[in-house]
Design a protein around this ligand. Structure first.
Ligand SMILES: [Zn+2]
Length: 407
């Protein structure tokens, strides 16, 4: 048994096909996010592989062994485990293939991350304390905060590193040489340490495949930055992913500008104007509703026993005002519902003379309502339908006045 799987990606990150011998094939009992399958799984060890395992915050490569899918790749004690749902025979010669586009994208993101981390370290002294390279998102965590202006400067400098098309190299310096070297991620490691160098920008201990030249990264774009654990979490998109992201945002902006009849560069101003107009209109609706409910309440005679009303739409403030106006007009309970069968209903039930809670408990069971409140007033919501609500108020045992138009 060999002690380590030979890592072909270490020498040549561009090798997608490879031949290898199966060293062992064991049933794979553990489950991981990549192997959520009911069928039996197998753990395959090969003498050499081009599959990069899940390591250092980066997702595992995908691909095939003899045209059968590799579901996950994990590394443990120098051995690379290929998880499949097909068994292979020890000693068998196989051909492996990795999916090139996702691998190349990972190389673009990872090399981009090194440039960003190197620049942030040299300009501000902050360390990269977390890295995640997933299928969609790339996040970098630093132990210090950066302003928008500082981030823009780093982004500009990072893209200048791309324009320079610098060679990215990997090497295994001797222990003596390492001890006197300045590089990021300097921790005591067993065995040889792989150093990835981007001249003038970054020197870092790293096990992952990188692009050969910085020009291949294409572009580095910061897409988000949030305060995180006393520092900052930055999201980036590089290369083909940045192009996809640009396309998505371009389509979104195009649609927004068409909807608002505004030029793309003026879309945010147009959206802000629309929001202000909407806010003003809501105010007008509430004012009109309050005046309308005042008139409606005035039209109801003041000698009611129990009142039930149902309105199609009512602002929550107007709803409460309506109930307050009507409660003074009835000796018993006043129940006002607002809504429709599609959106559901909100209700308020109140009384100036009775505890409304026993009635509310009875209603909650029959119309599947959720709510609560005090003895004088309860409120809540139910999904309806209207027929069920009406039927309850007709048959509940209390004589409710129900307007004819509701039937
Ligand atoms: Zn790295």
């Amino acid at each position: 048994m060999v002690m380590n799987t030979k890592k072909l990606y270490d020498d040549d990150a561009y090798q997608t096909a490879f031949n290898a011998a199966v060293l062992s094939c064991e049933p794979y009992m553990a489950s991981s996010k990549n192997t959520n399958q009911d069928s039996p799984l197998y753990d395959i060890l090969l003498d050499q592989t081009a599959f990069f395992p899940e390591e250092g915050g980066q997702n595992a490569d995908t691909g095939t062994i003899d045209d059968l899918p590799v579901l996950d790749v994990q590394i443990k004690d120098g051995l690379i485990h290929h998880i499949t749902n097909t068994p292979f025979i020890p000693g068998q010669k196989i051909t492996g293939n990795i999916d090139w586009m996702p691998r190349y994208s990972n190389m673009q993101q990872h090399s981009g991350e090194h440039i960003m981390s190197g620049l942030i370290h040299s300009h501000f002294g902050y360390d990269n304390v977390g890295f995640h390279l997933g299928i969609k998102n790339v996040t970098l965590d630093f132990n210090g905060f950066l302003t928008d202006l500082q981030l823009e400067m780093i982004e500009t400098l990072a893209n200048e590193a791309i324009y320079k098309n610098l060679a990215i190299t990997a090497s295994y310096p001797s222990k003596n040489r390492l001890s006197s070297m300045e590089y990021r991620s300097k921790i005591e490691l067993e065995g040889p340490v792989r150093i990835v160098t981007i001249p003038g920008y970054d020197i870092c201990a790293c096990c992952a495949p990188h692009v050969k030249k910085t020009g291949e990264i294409g572009i580095i774009k910061i897409t988000d930055a949030i305060k995180y654990k006393g520092g900052i979490r930055i999201s980036i998109q590089c290369g083909a992913r940045a192009l996809d992201d640009y396309r998505m945002k371009q389509q979104q902006l195009h649609s927004i500008s068409v909807l608002l009849s505004a030029r793309q560069e003026a879309a945010a101003d147009a959206a802000a104007k629309l929001k202000d107009e909407n806010f003003a209109l809501k105010g007008q609706i509430i004012s009109l509703q309050n005046s309308l409910i005042g008139q409606k309440a005035a039209a109801i005679s003041p000698d009611q026993e129990n009142i039930f009303l149902l309105e199609n739409y009512m602002d929550p403030g107007a709803h409460k005002n309506y109930v307050n106006l009507l409660t003074g007009k009835c000796a018993g309970l006043c129940a006002v519902f607002a809504g429709n069968d599609i959106d559901g209903y909100r209700y308020i039930i109140s009384s100036k003379t009775k505890d409304v809670r026993p009635f509310h408990e009875q209603m909650k069971k029959q119309v599947l309502a959720k709510g609560g409140g005090s003895g004088q007033m309860v409120q809540g919501s139910c999904s309806g339908p209207k027929e069920q609500i009406l039927s309850f108020f007709q048959t509940c045992g209390l004589p409710f006045t129900i307007p004819r138009h509701l039937f």
